[in-house]
Design a protein around this ligand. Sequence first.
Ligand code: ATP
Ligand code: MG
Length: 292
Amino acid sequence: MKAPPRLQSLIEEGLIDTVVRQLMSGKEAMVYVVRCGDETRCAKIYKEANNRSFRQAVDYTENRKVKNSRSARAMAKGSKFGRQEQEAAWQSAEVDALYRLAAAGVRVPQPYNFHDGVLLMELVTDAHGDAAPRLNDVSFTPEDARTHHATLVAEVVRMLCAGVVHGDLSEFNILLAHLPGTEGEEVGHDGPVIIDLPQAVDAAGNNHAQRMLLRDVANLRDFFGQFAPELRTTQYGPEIWSLYQSGLLSNETPLTGIYAPTHADVDMQAVLREIDDARDEDAARRLRMAAG
Ligand SMILES: Nc1ncnc2c1ncn2[C@@H]1O[C@H](COP(=O)(O)OP(=O)(O)OP(=O)(O)O)[C@@H](O)[C@H]1O
Ligand SMILES: [Mg+2]
């Protein structure tokens, strides 16, 4: 097909040879299948900020820690330079997260390059070499649902241990890929690959990290719970977050799906409020007694 203008500079740079077809046009990006030498890859073109949903712009602005103080001041002022910086930071957030997660052993597309607002990455494929379907487009046996759910809960743990919360994890942002056979396995098997990470947040430094993690895990439970109903009552999200906060979470931590709040989870503010209320009540009672 004729290359879209936004891919032209990558062609000139020799990063892309030809554009095969458009895969998707989502809320934030347009995705193309491209050829690079004898490899087929995937090019994700980010839309401009004003074409993106407002919610994400807000979440993003609140969440992003900006190291360079000139950029931070410019973003706060909303100047032209600020908007450009913000745009660049948003786009590179996905590349950063992909490198970080790939290094931590999470199944994400291998990133190759980030150039002019275009992310070049591995095309995740099915058994025929075609672009892999999203989980949303597939139905599962109860057994497969349980297996993939367990794999993805373990991936969420791996991400959290690497300091990352996806923040938009759902059946729409997970592909069912055909993965090469591991040792002792001839043919390979289908397995989930996590995509779409520009809104990923820092687990330790972000006020919304807990809420986002709980939502991510609840989305997995609700989706796979359609095929394996016994998953519906599991509580992996709170269990994982509680272990993480207590410093007890590692990639090997066994999980039960059962969550029993412990002392460490008690909301200290609420406890202090209770104590204050009791003290006030007591003082009022004494006053009444003294007056009466
Ligand atoms: N590496 C990849 N390999 C194969 N397909 C991909 C890859 N990356 C993205 N896609 C396809 O493109 C679609 C959109 O990608 P992505 O979710 O990253 O962008 P988006 O703009 O956030 O889309 P949406 O708003 O639909 O979530 C995905 O649902 C998937 O079908
Ligand atoms: Mg998406």
